[in-house]
Design a protein around this ligand. Structure first.
Ligand SMILES: Nc1ncnc2c1ncn2[C@@H]1O[C@H](COP(=O)(O)OP(=O)(O)OP(=O)(O)O)[C@@H](O)[C@H]1O
Length: 444
């Protein structure tokens, strides 16, 4: 087990042949950094920009962000499957920048399982252990090292065994088992027991369901007892029910094993339910690192506020004239004193008010309530999602055509076309700067 430190990690890819890359804006920090290379200056695609992140020993860290934000690339850099353009990666007290995957003592689990199709479940799990023995006990990037590094063509099991002296040629039907092989056998069986796949050890991957395959892939990583697990969207190929089951199984296993884990997903439910902490990424940068609740309650900026939460947070442009908040419709809200102080320097200016759908409720007509018209009602059984339109047709005060979303209890019946009034739960309101989009209140 070990702490992982990412220090100014930078990655750029050269443009693909025939691809024209628009020059990407750089922050002053980026443009002045000594790690910039000729490649970056030549218009390469900057996929990761100065990532700094410390993952303490034993933590379950989730990297989450929209497609293309660089999550998998970051994981592959840690595994050693891509080369960094700049920066440092530490695992414990080892700087691993230049170590090949098999020497990093990291095991990676992939979305597509990456099992050897011609090997049984037993041999798939034992594979990394046998290779480690063969390599004289050095760490090995497990699932990652074996099948991804092209440097090691795979040998049939009997040849693997022969090479490491595990099996001697004996009269037909008899097999000599070395102490090492016996140890491997114990490890494979204990992992199989942990994952409840003992009954599957003699099957081939094609004889397994998706969920079973993913458990075998996990088993292969766990058996090696690495310092760090990397998991790249391991649940994406599973159906919703199996996904939820496997999700909690992975969390339990991680707690049991205490292995530092970095888990990539674009699914916010996975991020919120699995991570000790979440790092939210966008366009190659980390936007916020915090516990799931902290992220939900105190998003650092508008991107984070919108990315976490379903349906997403609503944003309304408001004028602030202390102590009043005014939208362009007939809505006026008198601010409690605590906000007045926090918003003091924005007096007379426009602000972005953020409110989550679950913090808007249907109320009675009143000037402090927001008049809206119901557009669409989606009943989910446990709640209904209701899309409403702000009454003011003349001006756009939300980015979504003056639409807002709210969640209401299923017994609160509303119909499309109906006029209703909304009240906002005052202590759940967020404010963002309209220029920088950073949170003004509440702050981190
Ligand atoms: N080998 C490569 N050459 C050039 N560009 C690449 C290469 N690998 C990834 N990229 C680009 O880097 C960006 C980040 O890709 P990455 O796979 O890390 O994103 P991601 O956040 O994991 O996305 P997803 O959730 O869709 O898997 C993308 O724009 C992708 O096109």
């Amino acid at each position: 087990m070990a702490q992982v430190i990412l220090e100014n990690v930078y990655k750029s890819f050269p443009p693909r042949r025939g691809e024209v890359v628009a020059s990407q804006p750089q922050t002053p920090l980026e443009s002045g950094n000594k790690n910039d290379t000729a490649q970056e200056r030549a218009g390469s695609v900057n996929v990761l920009r100065r990532i700094n992140l410390t993952i303490p020993d034993g933590e379950f860290m989730v990297l989450v962000g929209p497609s293309g934000c660089g999550k998998s690339t970051l994981l592959r850099l840690i595994a050693g499957l891509e080369v960094m353009t700049g920066g440092n990666i530490w695992v414990g007290d080892r700087l691993i920048n230049d170590l090949p995957p098999k020497e990093r003592d990291i095991a990676m689990v992939f979305q597509n399982y990456a099992l050897y199709p011609h090997m049984t479940v037993y041999d798939n799990i034992a594979f990394g252990l046998r290779r480690r023995e063969k390599a004289g006990g050095a760490g090995e990037a497990g699932g990652a090292g074996g099948e991804i590094t092209s440097s090691s063509p795979h040998l049939p099991i009997w040849a693997e065994n022969l090479l490491m002296g595990a099996t001697r040629i004996l009269p037909k039907g008899l097999r000599y088992i070395s102490d090492k092989e016996r140890q491997i056998n114990e490890q494979v069986r204990s992992v199989a027991q942990l994952l409840q796949i003992e009954g599957l050890l003699n099957r081939l991957p094609k004889q397994l369901s998706g969920g079973q395959r993913q458990r075998v892939a996990l088993g292969r990583a766990i058996a090696r007892n690495p310092q760090v697990f990397l998991m790249d969207e391991p649940l994406s190929n599973l159906d919703a029910k199996l996904r939820a089951e496997t999700r909690s199984q992975i969390v339990k296993l991680q707690r049991q094993l205490g292995t530092t884990t970095i888990y990539v997903t674009h699914d916010q439910t996975e991020a919120m339910t699995m991570g000790d902490r979440i790092a939210i990424m966008s366009e190659g940068k980390i936007q916020q690192v915090a516990s799931p609740l902290e992220i939900y309650n105190r998003p650092a900026n508008r991107f984070v506020a919108e990315f976490i939460g379903s349906p997403p947070m609503n944003f309304i442009r408001v004028e602030f004239h202390a102590p009043l908040l005014i939208t362009n419709s007939q809505f006026r809200l008198t601010l409690p004193e605590i906000w007045e102080t926090a918003l003091q320097k924005y007096d007379g200016q426009t602000l972005i008010l953020g409110i989550r759908p679950e913090h808007l409720s249907i109320s009675v007509p009143a000037t402090k309530n927001l008049p809206v018209q119901v557009d669409l009602v989606e009943n989910l059984g446990h709640d209904s999602f209701v899309a409403v339109r702000l009454g003011d047709q003349g001006s756009q005060i939300t980015d979504k055509g003056n639409y807002l979303q709210l969640r209401v209890p299923p017994d609160r019946l509303v119909r499309s076309g109906e006029q209703i009034w909304l009240s906002l739960t005052p202590d759940k309101i967020h404010f963002f700067d309209p220029e920088t989009e950073l949170a003004i209140f509440p702050k981190q």
